[in-house]
Design a protein around this ligand. Structure first.
Ligand code: GDP
Ligand code: IMO
Ligand code: MG
Length: 442
């Protein structure tokens, strides 16, 4: 069967932790979009693993597939595999030959355009991770990209680069007035990237991923799809232009892996919810804690470790936003949710949730399509009872009913509003710090 894990908010909801938790019963873990902009954390018996491109199932020794919808930076991929090997893992990663490759000039373009947006005063700077994600997807859509399969044939690779690189260099120099260097040198690029192709071939790391997954599924394998980023930064369903350049929503799993939606629809789609909001990067955040709530935001940031895994930037903090979650549940057809960081909210003096928005006197229960309207939404808050610090490991033993009544009230409200049951509740970062009610494989 299949299970899709989708970020319900703005990324960093704890997807990696749930992929790991439920990865024990998976045979293959598939990333279907994004690239090394993702930072997924897995903690197993106190040992922390930071995963970026390598699917989180590798902590459990599962085969990981980077589907055609991903953008792959071979430099950071091999670095990551090596550092995971130093931590004692043996990642088995297969790359879709159809996936696009992040080239050095894509990173230059990412940073160049962000700087330009910043200087323009247009307010359109996204606060990207600087990993070249957007420019790589642009080239994919522009039919001038380099695919993983192209790395396997140095002649094809050279042909692609000889067309693209002079164009890129001219844009960088003439439009953006930036000095270009080795990132735009075709010979050097061919030498380095053909060597990656050689290594991929030698290590048997490339596949026609759609067929590979189809056959695995036909043989009865359990496929776990690991979404990166989150619904509100989806290129289509997020708050454009403050988004990433791919589709984290569940539909992305079909397009980005080559497994059809009918088959995926027979499985489960679990939305991962953080019990409050965090956002790294620019863009509106209607429920962002105000200046008067700064101490509270700092407390949550420290306690929840809310600093970007990829960039180390402090994350912005907000109250849970139910219209955002209704939007997410509808866009991805959540069959269940998992709610993380319930421990982080323990011991607060107050607990608020945005139930709906007020926009110029109108009541909105979901997210308006324009980002300007979303930014103008005034949250209408509901107060919830807080819960105190707990002996969480005892609660994990006891199960869902052992959670404090106020927390169950909060979770019950979420279930009702999202029309999806809570399968798991995160009460700490470790694999064992999860109160599990049901697994999606049952
Ligand atoms: P992802 O990008 O969605 O996989 O999430 P990240 O790994 O970037 O960020 C989530 C952070 O919270 C990581 O440091 C996790 O180890 C941690 N985490 C996950 N679930 C919980 C939880 O329930 N409680 C606490 N305190 N931390 C959690
Ligand atoms: P995970 O998988 C949170 C944000 C960036 C920026 C915007 C676009 O760990 O949840 P990009 O580099 O993708 O072009 O940046 O998206 N962003 C994330 N925020 N978690 C992530 O991934 C993110 N990946 C990208 O901060 O605002
Ligand atoms: Mg993350």
């Amino acid at each position: 069967m299949t299970v899709i894990i989708v970020g319900a908010q703005l990324g960093d909801e704890g997807k990696g932790a749930l992929v790991d938790r439920w990865g024990g019963e998976a045979d293959v873990v598939v990333r279907y979009q994004g690239g090394d902009n993702a930072g997924h954390t897995v903690v197993e018996d106190g040992e922390e693993y930071k995963l970026s491109l390598v699917p989180s199932g590798s902590v459990r020794g599962k085969t990981g597939v980077l589907g055609n919808g991903c953008v792959v930076n071979p430099r950071t991929l091999f670095d990551e595999i090596e550092s995971l090997q130093e931590q004692g893992l043996d990642p088995d990663v297969r790359l879709a030959e159809r996936a696009h490759v992040i080239m050095p000039y894509h990173r230059v373009f990412d940073n160049m355009e962000e700087a330009d947006k910043d200087e323009s005063g247009s307010g359109t700077k996204v606060g990207t991770t600087g990993r070249g994600i957007g420019p790589t997807y642009e080239d994919k859509a522009g039919r001038r990209g380099v695919r993983v399969g192209d790395l396997l044939d140095p002649d094809v690779l050279r042909d692609r680069l000889e067309y693209t690189v002079p164009q890129k260099r001219a844009i960088a120099e003439e439009v953006f007035d930036v000095d270009t260097g080795v990132e735009f040198d075709v010979d050097q690029l061919v030498a380095e990237y053909a060597a990656y192709g050689e290594r991929l071939r030698e290590e048997g790391m490339t596949v026609e991923a759609g067929d590979f997954l189809y056959e695995q599924h036909a043989d009865g394998a359990n496929l776990l799809f690991e979404g990166a980023q989150g619904t509100s930064i989806d290129i289509d369903h997020g708050n454009y232009p403050y988004v990433t350049s791919s589709n984290p929503t569940a539909g992305g799993a079909a397009i980005g892996s080559g497994i059809g939606p009918k088959l995926l629809g027979e499985g489960e789609i679990v939305g991962i919810v953080k019990a409050y909001l965090s956002r790294v990067g620019s863009g509106p955040l209607p429920t962002e804690m105000t200046d008067a709530e700064e101490d509270l935001a700092n407390k949550i940031r420290e306690k929840g470790g809310e600093f970007g895994t990829v960039t180390g930037r402090p994350r912005r903090i907000g109250w849970l936003d139910i219209p955002m979650l209704r939007h997410a549940a509808r866009r991805s057809s959540f069959t269940a949710i998992a709610v993380n960081h319930v421990d982080v909210l323990a011991g607060l003096d107050e607990l608020k949730v945005c139930h709906q928005y007020d926009l110029d006197g109108d009541t909105l229960r979901t997210v308006p399509a324009t980002t300007e309207e979303w930014a103008a939404c005034e949250p209408a808050f509901r107060e919830f009872e807080t819960w105190a610090e707990q002996d969480w490991s005892a609660i994990v033993e006891e199960g869902y009913d052992g959670l404090p009544a106020a927390a169950r009230e909060y979770l019950g409200y979420l279930e009702e509003e999202l029309e999806a049951p809570v399968y798991a509740v995160g009460v700490g970062p470790d694999r064992d710090q999860t109160v599990e009610r049901e697994t999606p494989w049952e």
